[in-house]
Design a protein around this ligand. Structure first.
Ligand code: AMP
Length: 120
């Protein structure tokens, strides 16, 4: 699927249950769990279960069903924490300019307080 995918990244280990996570919800193609170093009262990561390095690889290679259920899970996290009215922020970091640390595509869902300006 993607030759440069590192099977030893921490999210791959979480998906193989080698490392624990605080799971929020999941569906057939994606799982949502708490970020280990939360930057806001709500900080959840949504990741696809299949191995994609970043946003571009995910959108290029994922099936329509996979794309659909991934973004549905992001929406379900927002509903789960009832933050649709007060608001939230979605972030995906990619590559060196994006300062992506974990090379498995993920979306950060942040909320629970006023998050200030996008980039300080
Ligand atoms: P990024 O810089 O976008 O790659 O963000 C990676 C995120 O993964 C950071 O917010 C980390 O706090 C988070 N993280 C790293 N290891 C774990 C883990 N074992 N469980 C949950 N979140 C993690």
């Amino acid at each position: 699927m993607n030759a440069s995918y590192d099977n030893n990244n921490i999210f791959a280990k979480i998906l193989r249950s080698e490392v624990p996570c605080n799971k929020v919800i999941e569906n057939e193609y994606a799982i949502a769990f708490s970020d280990i170093n939360p930057q806001a009262p709500l900080h959840v990561l949504v990741i696809p279960k299949n191995p994609y390095v970043n946003f571009h690889e995910f959108t290029k290679h994922a099936s329509i069903d996979e794309l659909n259920l991934f973004w549905k899970l992001v929406k379900d996290v927002i509903d789960h924490f009832k933050c649709e009215n007060k608001g939230f922020r979605l972030i995906t970091n990619s590559g060196s300019d994006g300062n992506q640390d974990v090379p498995h595509f993920h979306v950060h869902v942040l909320g629970g307080k006023n998050l200030g300006r996008m980039i300080n």
